[in-house]
Design a protein around this ligand. Structure first.
Ligand code: F6R
Length: 241
């Protein structure tokens, strides 16, 4: 694991955006594995800036997102479809039909998981997969105990994750109870992985990730089985003041 400690969130966002931009410059039809949540917002902002003022083009890229809530339509403000559109897709020149997220409204969610995973396999996995990390070490919506062999699957969201995500909803009761997420094996099919953490509240999870113990009780530790992982953290997440 290659660990890069940045001074603060802005520097971390710029560094992550640079790595994604390099991937796109080297391979204009790259497959970008994308994440939602608070941590990557600065990365999308910086990529949009690079698109507007440096001519970085996403014309030929394909994007695959980690996860989506069950039951939310793309127009729902809390869906990850909506997040991706507002933070990123609406501001760049990528093609709409090359943006892929799981369909949380599918009647048959199990069939949707199979379809989504097959699609990712057909694409050959992400060229670069962006990840955030949960306080309990979750990646995507893979909570502690998820088998490392898991492919895209339906998850019941635990209380801790629903509480952490409630900040985006009018009340915790409205946080969906289920989601579709890439499995750990699916995430590891990315050729290169970039996991980011910012702020004091992530310091414990970062410490656990970096201590090197591999266990299904801490999902992010599966990344030790991957040959090309960059851990991008700011000083607070690194445990500094
Ligand atoms: C997002 C995702 C989650 C988040 C994680 C951290 O698509 O799958 O695993 O990356 O919950 O979220 P933030 O960045 O909001 O702290």
């Amino acid at each position: 694991m290659n660990v890069i400690t940045c001074r603060h969130y802005e520097e971390l966002s710029e560094k992550a955006a640079e790595m994604i931009a390099e991937t796109v410059k080297q391979k204009p039809d790259a497959v970008l594995g994308l994440a939602t949540g608070g941590t990557p917002e600065g990365v999308y902002k910086e990529l949009v800036r690079m698109h507007r003022s440096e001519g970085l083009s996403f014309r030929d890229v394909t994007t695959i997102n980690l996860d989506e809530y069950a039951g939310l339509s793309p127009e729902d403000k809390n869906s990850y479809h909506y997040y991706m559109n507002t933070h990123f897709f609406a501001h760049i020149d990528s093609k709409k039909d090359r943006h892929f997220l799981p369909d949380g409204r599918a009647d048959d969610l199990e069939a949707e998981c199979e379809r989504y995973d097959r699609l990712i396999q057909t694409l050959g996995g992400a060229d670069i997969q962006l990840l955030g990390i949960g306080h309990n070490g979750h990646i995507g919506f893979n909570e502690p105990g998820t088998p490392f062999e898991s492919r895209t699957h339906v998850v019941e969201l635990n209380e801790e994750t629903r509480r952490a995500n409630a900040r985006y909803f009018p009340s915790i009761d409205q946080v969906p109870e289920k989601a579709v997420t890439m499995g750990i094996r699916t995430i590891l099919s990315g050729k290169r992985i970039l996991i980011m953490a910012s702020g004091k509240s992530k310091a414990q999870a970062v410490k656990q990730l970096l201590d090197g113990r591999v266990s299904e009780a801490f999902p992010a530790s599966a990344l030790h089985e991957h040959p090309d992982v960059t851990v991008l953290i700011d000083e607070e997440a690194a445990g500094g003041d």
